[in-house]
Design a binder for this molecule. Structure first.
Ligand code: ZN
Length: 118
């Protein structure tokens, strides 16, 4: 992969990272301005617990994605970007365009999903 292509992926990754961080920031602002649980009846409280739980999971997912993007950016810097972590083959361009933080080629990813490792 040439420098120009790497630069393009880097931009995609940085854009995506910024997007995710905006989501995280918005979420914490929403949580701060959240209503108190005291005025709710039991049903509302159950819903609220469910929502909090859901938000936590979403948040974890977003944080995980930011982590993956950071790792991809590191691989761009070290020149390993675009190589499958498992077999060392180049990850197809089409796949990287959809998911620039992908670490495995399509074959390895399928294989891992079949084994239930991902
Ligand atoms: Zn592979």
């Amino acid at each position: 992969m040439n420098k120009k292509q790497l630069g393009q992926y880097k931009e995609i990754l940085l854009d995506k990272r910024m997007e995710l961080q905006t989501v995280l920031k918005k979420k914490s602002e929403m949580e701060k301005s959240g209503t108190s649980d005291e005025s709710m009846d039991t049903v509302d409280q159950a819903n609220s617990n469910y929502r909090t739980d859901f938000n936590l999971k979403r948040r974890e997912m977003v944080i995980q994605q930011v982590k993956e993007i950071d790792e991809a950016l590191e691989r761009i810097n070290s020149g390993e970007f675009g190589d499958c972590d498992n077999c060392g083959e180049q990850i197809p361009k089409g796949r990287l365009e959809v998911r620039p933080n992908a670490r495995f080629c399509t074959l390895c990813k399928d294989e891992m999903e079949k084994r239930g490792a991902v």
